[in-house]
Ligand binder design. Structure first.
Ligand code: FES
Length: 109
């Protein structure tokens, strides 16, 4: 069973393989930052700190939203910092193996 760790915390969640990351953590009581839950608003953006290869490839809608987020972040954070990130959307990312994530929205814990 894959694990999802929250970077900078001691929180580790065991999730079912092929589950959507946001849903799997919500089922266990962690409400990650989110909005539409449909892949278009970008509120659930996260940096996959470790194990980005353990998420299924992004769909077309996720890729489009991620491109917009990367462009926005490049303006505010700089291109070098953004190039070091593995941006994904927690409401779209399907978990295949262990990952460590850093949600880029505000967490309430
Ligand atoms: S919650 Fe809107 S893109 Fe994930």
């Amino acid at each position: 069973m894959p694990t999802v760790s929250i970077s900078g915390t001691d929180k580790v969640f065991h999730v079912s393989e092929n589950s959507i990351l946001y849903n799997a953590l919500a089922d266990q009581g962690l409400d990650l930052p989110h909005g539409c839950l449909a892949g278009s608003c970008g509120a659930c953006r996260m940096d996959v700190v470790k194990g980005s290869e353990n998420l299924a490839p992004a769909s077309a809608i996720e890729k489009n939203t991620l491109e917009a987020i990367a462009s926005e972040l490049t303006s505010s954070e700089g291109a070098e910092k953004v190039s070091q990130m593995n941006l994904r959307l927690s409401c779209r990312a399907k978990v295949l193996g262990d990952v460590e994530i850093k949600p880029l929205g505000r967490l309430n814990f």
